[in-house]
Design a protein around this ligand. Structure first.
Ligand code: ADP
Ligand code: MG
Length: 224
């Protein structure tokens, strides 16, 4: 199974004398080509979920990413898995101010080796797909907020990861741009057969997703 599977995952934070159960026996499976939403209020466990699904936090059991049990991976293999198998889209685009749009994508390739002509072609293809064909040589300050977030989406696909994880990708956008951005994520997830999860507290974005779950106090339940 090449998507992502979490089975009975619990995460407890302990800080001083306080323990918080951020995830309570959570199970979820997302297949390639599926776009799943998790909705929940602030503090419900959404970011903790993404940290575990994205192999930033290592649970004792049981998270399978692209057929690999991440609990058994060394720190080195874990960071390789993050780089090669997972694309992250965050609340703000986190673009580098001194790089052009196309270089924002190519820098990802540079981290894992050197940039080939095929990489450059793939970056152009992604940017054209996402409506930024005319903006490839612009700098972040020359783009709108929606265009910056679309650049971040294209960047998350650059390593051809199996999994796309989005943490409130519309948090800094107006309604029109938010719809644009999430519909583009949905389109690329389908076209490129990624297993994708978006956490959000924006109900309006759920129409683009195949399944919707709600998380409250770390407990996940399916809504539709
Ligand atoms: P959300 O993203 O839905 O706002 P989080 O996953 O960030 O929720 O947090 C879930 C719960 O875990 C909250 O009660 C939060 O205070 C707590 N929490 C999150 N991260 C930590 C941490 N590093 N240490 C201690 N408690 C944490
Ligand atoms: Mg959060």
């Amino acid at each position: 199974m090449s998507g992502i599977t979490l089975t009975n995952v619990t995460k407890v934070y302990t800080e001083a004398d306080v323990t918080t159960k951020a995830l309570d026996n959570l199970s979820l499976s997302v297949e390639p080509g599926e776009f799943v939403a998790i909705i929940g209020p602030s503090g419900s466990g959404k970011s903790t979920f993404l940290s575990i699904a994205g192999a930033l936090l290592q649970p004792r059991l049981k998270v399978m990413i692209d057929g690999e049990d991440i609990a058994t991976l060394s720190e080195k293999k874990l960071s390789y898995a993050r780089l090669s198998k997972i694309g992250f889209i965050l609340q703000t685009s986190n673009l580098l101010p001194y790089l052009t749009v196309i270089d924002q994508l190519l820098v990802v390739k540079k981290m894992s080796g050197k940039i080939t002509p095929e990489d450059r072609e793939f970056a152009k293809e992604l940017l054209t797909d996402i409506g930024l064909g005319e903006k490839m040589n612009k700098y972040p300050h020359q783009l709108s907020g929606g265009e910056r977030q679309r650049t971040a989406i294209a960047r998350s696909f650059m390593n051809d990861p199996k999994i796309i994880l989005a943490d409130e990708p519309t948090a800094s956008l107006d309604t029109k741009r938010a719809h644009e951005v999430v519909s583009l994520i949905a389109k690329e997830v389908k076209a490129r057969k990624k297993a994708a999860v978006m956490v959000t507290h924006d109900e309006r974005m759920l129409r683009y997703c195949d399944r919707v779950y709600r998380i409250e106090d770390g407990i996940l339940t399916q809504e539709s």
